[in-house]
Design a protein around this ligand. Structure first.
Ligand code: THU
Length: 136
């Protein structure tokens, strides 16, 4: 799976963002180790705190399908009808991704277009992290 394809899938997902309160539309495409792609968008709520980020929407869709090992995620975000920004994942989403990957080998791609993007490992975005090896 090429980065471009994953970014394209994130852009498609962003079209379904439900964000009438912030108008900040986010799409994500999560690549599993087995090569499948799960899309997610942000889903807001009139009770603002009940909002779910695009990244977690994608993770939860993958998990319910039995996929719990991830290798990359592409994220696109920006205000409605404005140009895309580099939409880095929030702290909660970084931690949720951490549960299901090897942080040094998990790529987080934040894209403004198919060719304009930044690529970081999850361990760069969430250093010295707490993971499943420590808990339970
Ligand atoms: N949002 C995401 O979908 N992902 C992030 O990592 C950061 C924020 C959404 C949540 C909310 O719907 C909107 O962006 C503004 O915070």
């Amino acid at each position: 799976m090429e980065e471009k394809e994953l970014i394209r899938a994130a852009m498609e997902a962003r079209q379904r963002a439900y964000a009438p309160y912030s108008d900040f539309l986010v799409g994500a495409a999560l690549l599993t180790e087995s090569g499948k792609v799960y899309q997610g968008c942000n889903i807001e709520n009139a009770s603002y705190g009940a909002t779910n980020c695009a990244e977690r929407t994608a993770v939860f869709r993958a998990v319910i399908e039995g996929e719990i090992r991830f290798s990359a995620i592409a994220i696109v975000g920006g205000m409605r009808d404005k140009e895309l920004t580099y939409a880095y994942p929030c702290g909660i989403c970084r931690q949720v991704l951490r549960e299901f990957c090897e942080p040094e080998r998990m790529w987080v791609i934040v894209a403004r277009s198919e060719t304009d993007y930044k690529k970081r490992t999850l361990s760069e975005l969430l250093p010295e992290s707490f993971g499943p090896d420590f808990a339970g």
